[in-house]
Design a protein around this ligand. Structure first.
Ligand code: NAD
Length: 722
């Protein structure tokens, strides 16, 4: 697990785990690492130590499954892990021999904390490598000394943003920031430099340590003065003030980790490193056992990895590969899909009604790539090669032998049927046809197809280059084969899929609209719009329900509702329909028209439209923020539960990931189904019943949910699947 060798009297410790694809800190590797270090410490012929890895990555961090296992039941075990790491890393820097981290690839979390414990850090400049302490993005904090060593090494102003944002940086940037000391271009050079440094520094000291004049022992300095000023200095006060304000604005108290990080740094930098590490350990346990950490690790790390690996793919279908893609409609969506597909190396025929219209789609791809180059991402040569893969066309013949054709023409049933009939015969022998419709049921659209088993929904989100999710919709007749082709394609373009069954609005649009609809309900009840918007944001949604309705477009909301009315899926009295109608009739069509629930003056700012007060006069008594938050969240969760029970959504993971990635359901809850677990199923049912009694049946828990609560089952996933 840790290869041990002796090179010119230097112990070379090479991490080389076989039980996991990457090197991680876990129950097996931590003791093995400590044993290898002890061997080097105690061997009098060893004059220094180099820590490196035999794999492409250095150490990817702590094993998150280990953290999750102990999350809700074992705080003592959690403290043990942190104390163990601290003992080992502190042991490295006080062992009396020089220790160098030869960082040959990615070093994250605990992996980089091990490097911080070394006296010198040299990294290999590899394009794929990233370095950093991303714990905060998983609801955690660095529990292996990261919050203590990084600020002591870099100063508060540089270290705090790295800790609070969890940014992963390239080796080059790490050098510029001072996170590493040297950068090299080959593995040979990495070892040479490490050996040379050891030769030149026989008894190094960390900047936060000193030698006890009496005993000669290495101990932490009492008077901590990191670069840039101490915690209590005017700079420190400013940095902490700004940091706390920023954290509160961003997290609204829903995520404990960032504030805990600030506390670790603030308290830890007033004492020596040993006491600082104890402080960090205490906060680590607090956040590592929090519900937010559980949700984030479960859904946004482990779950996301599973989805990206293709858990939903029918296993019996051999791998497929889209070698030529056709896209119908070079508008906003078609152009975006062409861009991501070409970026993954797939040749694309982008067809519109004229070559000029199709060319605009290609220009869009070029513009996105140019912007990326301005931000330092990619090269002009690469961009040119990508753009060259897109062929704009107005000819059906150019679609010949496509393995997949995606239609992204206007949202019009008749038009979609027409382009399906025209383009389908051009598909390769086993090719499939997909629709990017956002609202029209797939099984209905498939009626225009001669091969409905080869017809599927691929619902991309706007802007396609930024949105990670693709909702894959299975129609009644969609075959496993078509699903496999679609999922292989989504994987190839590096997006994350969820698979749902056909239904009006599928999963994402159906549940998302309950958020905007509840915002409109509140408005009609006379709740102050400012309060409504604050409640949405305080609940952890990225934007308030009224602002997001403007972004979607009130006109579109009205049109879709009107269509549902005609289809008999909605009644005239529906609140969202009525509210959207009122606004649209007054010319307030949404953000694009610079007039919706908000006014949008030219300078990018927005203000709630004063006319709302006349249309929906606020009542004298206003509800509490807590009540509004619950209404906005519970409404979405109950709709998700119904989607699950109706079989629209097929797994808890799809529901959770879909809700987070499609419309920004708060990650601290773990997603729209895990929310039930987050508040506890008994509490959830009780509160949902209370809301139903007060505001309407849309909040009423289902019989199945109630039965689960009565049986005391708190694991939603298992009981609903059984
Ligand atoms: P858009 O209006 O930007 O583009 C539609 C394009 O289709 C236009 O360029 C038009 O010239 C072209 N077109 C019309 N008839 C055609 C034909 N016969 N052959 C080839 N091209 C033809 O629309 P959009 O926003 O890109 O939406 C396209 C589809 O994607 C719609 O079904 C929409 O519901 C869906 N969708 C949109 C979004 C979004 O946020 N805009 C998100 C998800 C899905």
């Amino acid at each position: 697990m840790i290869d041990y060798s002796n090179v010119h009297s230097v112990a070379l410790l090479g991490w080389n785990m076989t039980s996991t694809p990457m090197n991680v800190l876990n129950d097996d590797s931590i003791p093995a690492f400590e044993a290898a270090l002890q061997r080097a410490y105690s061997d009098p012929t060893v004059k220094g130590i180099v820590i490196t890895s035999a794999k492409n990555e250095f150490i990817a961090g702590a094993d998150l499954k280990m953290i999750l296992r102990n999350n809700d039941k074992n705080p003592a075990e959690m403290l043990k892990v942190s104390a163990e790491l601290n003992r080992i890393f502190r042991g490295i820097e006080t062992c009396g021999k020089p220790v160098v981290a030869a960082i040959n690839g990615t070093a994250l979390g605990g992996g980089y904390e091990a490097c911080l414990g070394c006296h010198h850090r040299i990294a290999l400049d590899s394009p794929k490598a990233v370095i950093g302490l991303p714990e905060v993005t998983l609801g955690l904090l660095p529990g292996g000394g990261g919050t203590q060593r990084l600020p002591r090494l870099l100063g508060l102003e540089t270290a705090l943003p790295l800790l609070l944002e969890g940014r992963r940086v390239s080796p080059k940037e790490a050098l510029a920031l001072g996170m590493i000391d040297e950068l090299v271009t080959s593995r040979e050079e990495l070892l040479e430099k490490a050996l040379a440094w050891i030769e030149a520094n026989p008894s190094p000291l960390q900047p936060w340590d000193e030698r006890d004049p009496k005993t000669g022992q290495i101990v932490g300095k009492e008077n901590v003065r990191p670069p840039g000023g101490a915690v209590q200095s005017p700079t420190g006060a400013r940095v902490f003030g700004a940091g706390t304000a920023m954290v509160m604005e961003k997290t609204r108290g829903n995520y404990p980790a960032p504030i805990a990080i600030l506390s670790c740094v603030y308290e830890g930098l007033q004492v020596n490193i040993d006491r600082g590490l104890v402080i960090e350990g205490r906060y680590f346990v607090q956040v590592a056992t929090s519900k937010a950490a559980k949700g984030l690790i479960q859904t946004m790390f482990l779950g996301l990895n599973e989805a990206n690996k293709g858990v939903s793919r029918p296993k019996h279908i051999p791998p497929t590969d889209v070698k030529k893609l056709g896209i119908l409609g070079a508008g906003m969506m078609g152009a975006g899909i062409a861009y991501v597909a070409a970026g993954a190396g797939i040749p694309v025929v982008l067809k519109d009604v004229s070559v000029e219209a199709a060319g605009k789609g290609k220009d869009y791809a070029r513009a996105v790539l140019e912007k990326a180059i301005e931000r330092g991402k990619g090269t002009p040569e690469k961009a040119e090669a990508t753009v060259r893969l897109i062929t704009p066309s107005a000819e059906l013949a150019d679609l010949q032998d496509c393995d997949l054709i995606i239609e992204a023409v206007f949202e019009n049933r008749a038009l979609k049927a027409q382009v399906t009939r025209e383009a389908e015969p051009k598909l390769a022998e086993n090719g499939i046809f997909a629709s990017n419709t956002s609202t029209l049921p797939i099984s209905g659209l498939a009626m225009a197809s001669a091969r409905p088993d080869h017809f599927i929904g691929l619902h991309f989100f706007s802007p396609v280059d930024k949105m990670q999710l693709v909702e894959v919709i299975r129609g009644r007749q969609t075959s496993d084969y078509a699903l496999a082709v679609a999922l292989d394609f989504v994987k190839k373009i590096r997006k994350t899929p969820i698979v749902v069954n056909d239904s009006r609005g599928f999963f994402t649009s159906r549940v998302f609209t309950t958020y905007t609809a509840e915002g409109m309900e509140l408005l009609t009840e006379g709740v102050n719009p400012v309060l409504i918007e604050n409640a949405g944001k305080n609940a952890g949604m990225p934007v308030g329900p009224l602002a997001v309705s403007d972004e979607v477009s009130l006109e579109l909301i009205y049109k879709i509702a009107d269509q549902s009315l005609q289809d008999g899926a909605l009644t005239e009295g529906d609140t969202a329909y009525q509210v959207a109608k009122k606004l649209v009739e007054r010319g307030r069509l949404g953000k694009k028209a610079k007039a919706g629930f908000y006014d949008y003056p030219a300078n990018e700012s927005k203000y709630l439209w004063p006319g709302l007060h006349d249309l929906f006069p606020p009542t004298d008594r206003q509800p509490s923020l807590e009540e509004l938050k619950n209404r906005l969240l519970y409404r979405q969760v109950m709709e998700t539960v119904r989607c699950f029970e109706e079989g629209v959504i097929r797994s808890q993971l799809d529901a959770d990931l879909g809700s987070i990635l499609a419309w920004g359901f708060p990650t601290y809850t773990g997603g729209a189904l895990s929310f039930v677990d987050y508040v506890g199923i008994t509490n959830f049912v009780r509160e949902a019943d209370r809301l139903a009694d007060a505001y309407g049946e849309r909040f009423r828990p289902t019989q199945r949910l109630r039965a689960m609560a009565e049986r005391g089952e708190n694991h939603f996933k298992h009981s609903l699947h059984s």
